[in-house]
Ligand binder design. Sequence first.
Ligand code: SF4
Length: 201
Amino acid sequence: MDLRNDPVEAYEDLIRLRPPAVDFLLPHGNWSRPPPGRVPGGGTPYADWLIAVFDRWYGAAAAETAVRILEGILVLVLGGRSGTEGIGPEPAAVVVVESDGSIELSDALKSAYHGAPRTGLHVTTDPFGAVFDVPGVAVRRPPPAACRPCPHLRVCGGGHVAHRYRAGAGFDHPSVYCPDLYRLIEHIGGRVASDLVRLRA
Ligand code: SF4
């Protein structure tokens, strides 16, 4: 995602290529290095951008493509599991094998600090499941404590682990995108709820 682009034009440019699926990725950032345009108290620019795409995509007369981040939220709102790394309460089920054989966590963690994905494991000596036994690895981190009272925790999960980081204070914080995630989930949940009410009437 680049906030400087018009969201609906970006979506329509993509579907002209007839892709089976597209995704819009939140730029990596955290509390110490905020993403472009994510200013405390500065509104919800990423939610506004994605809501414009959602309304265009969801309101289409016929399905045009899958949009991974939006479908992930829809599935979670309806009680399912997202299956994507950046949204939902499930721990990321992803490991990366580097070219030297070392087993690492998601590449996205590199945006937090140098070496953040390291596990100390290697394909020649360790099974992939050993990742879960490495103390403190981000793949298992529970949702941030500050997110527990949030009504959208079951859908949001606290956001992508990489986006929770604050230098010197670790990963136990809500996502730097918290206001955007809250508003986006609220909007999608509201659209789905009103459609369900209308269908039942
Ligand atoms: S919306 Fe904010 S407070 Fe709620 S779960 Fe997501 S990051 Fe946490």
